[in-house]
Design a protein around this ligand. Structure first.
Ligand code: AMP
Length: 395
């Protein structure tokens, strides 16, 4: 895998696709700088070599040019995090952009305007990509969050750098971490798949079933499995049109000798609310009028035991409705079990929007081996798909 470490950037201009799609509040202040910090090692490597950096990113989903989505709002954050005053230009291509790049000295950083102000970006337009390519000597892709999109800046632009292209350190780390879980993993391997619906994770489960020893199924999606196994799940969330899929997954797991671990008890509530009355129930006997919103105490012990025995752990999706304190315990206990196993030497990867939010909320982000930065991109890799942004660098 070719990364920025394989190049010397002295006197070179690096055109880097980063993922600076950060959240802004109503006053256009950045509320979470994780994505900017994640790009720092790549940017510093290039500057320390004696090169200059041209940063390109999208922000939000603008329909055409819209000041609300201008990357000018984040210039100060990038300057403070990298420790170099960042220059900004209100375009991505054309004369002004080329002039700004020509004037850029070694050690300097230029941030281009939001790529999605140009419809050509999402259309993967080749002419636009060629214009972008004029802004750098070496193309670096460090944007895992958009690596599953064949956009001009994430994929098409790489064609214009037949040999001068590479992965940034963040994207390389994401690929290595997923590889460490799916391909070069130490056994036993345990995947914890949670979240609301089985429908969004079917392809993930099918793809990993042969690669892992255990799959823990938690969260709302567990009830579709319990129903197909003949349980009474009360008013719990269920996808009746996916019962056959759940059965297929159970059959496939059996034929591949992969153990599927389902909850055995739940915290059932009489409403989807923090004020609801609750009771602990056997998951196969949830009374009508009640819905399971978190794993129960016996389940937490069982799941934690499986995790403690694992050498490689993947976690995607919460175990209960962790946004409500009353139903967060299952997710917290899973997180703690993963942190403990990591402390004992296991490799753990957490990915997907909600489980990443959970590990951050519960202070566990530093206690797992790696927290992925890309939700959709990570899911597609787990589904076994080749991501166009990654392929474009490898080819
Ligand atoms: P997903 O986006 O599919 O990963 O789902 C994440 C969402 O699933 C979170 O917002 C959780 O609150 C929700 N969730 C987890 N467990 C349950 C459950 N038992 N019933 C309803 N929603 C759940």
């Amino acid at each position: 895998m070719t990364t920025v470490n394989n190049f010397n950037f002295e006197n070179k201009k690096a055109l880097i696709r980063v993922d600076f799609n950060v959240p802004l509040d109503d006053a256009f202040q950045v509320t979470d700088t994780t994505r900017i910090e994640a790009a720092k090692p790549t940017i510093l490597k290039i500057l320390e070599d004696g090169g200059s950096v041209i940063l390109m990113s999208h922000l939000g989903r603008p329909k055409g040019i819209d000041e609300k989505f201008s990357l000018k709002h984040i210039v100060n954050n990038v300057s403070n995090i990298i420790g170099v005053k960042v220059k900004f230009i209100e375009s991505c291509v054309g004369e002004d952009a080329e002039k700004a790049v020509a004037e850029l000295e070694n050690g300097e950083i230029l941030l281009l305007e939001n790529l999605r102000f140009y419809p050509e970006e999402k259309n993967g337009d080749k002419t636009f990509a060629e214009q972008l390519s004029k802004l750098g000597d070496i193309y670096v892709n460090d944007a895992f969050g958009t690596a599953h999109r064949a956009h001009a800046s994430t994929t098409i632009v790489a064609q214009f750098f037949p040999s001068n292209k590479c992965f940034g350190l963040l994207l390389a780390k994401e690929i290595e971490s997923l590889n460490a879980v799916l391909n070069n993993s130490q056994k036993p391997v345990t995947a914890i798949i949670g979240g609301a619906k089985v429908s969004s994770k079917i392809d993930v489960i099918k793809n990993i079933i042969e690669k892992v020893d255990n799959i823990i199924i938690g969260g709302g999606m567990a009830y579709t499995f319990i129903k197909v196994k003949g349980g009474n799940i009360g008013d719990s969330i269920v996808e009746d049109d996916k019962l056959d899929v759940a059965q297929d997954i159970l059959n496939l797991a059996k034929s591949k000798n992969t153990r599927i671990h389902l909850p055995i008890d739940v915290i059932a509530a009489d409403a989807f609310s923090e004020d609801a009355n609750t009771q602990v129930c056997d998951i196969y006997h949830i009374p009508d009028g009640w819905q399971g919103l978190d794993a129960g105490p016996k389940t937490n012990v069982g799941f934690s035991f499986v995790i403690a025995e694992s050498k490689t752990i993947l976690w995607n999706g919460p175990i209960g409705v962790f946004e409500m304190e009353k139903f967060a315990k299952g997710t917290i206990e899973i997180g703690n079990a993963i942190a403990d196993a990591t402390d004992e030497g296991a490799f753990s990867l957490v990915g997907g929007g909600d489980s990443v939010a959970a590990v951050k909320q519960f202070g566990l982000a530093d206690k797992v081996s790696y927290v992925s930065t890309g939700g959709g991109a990570m899911l597609e890799m787990l589904e076994g798909k080749t991501l166009p942004g990654i392929e474009a660098i490898l080819n």
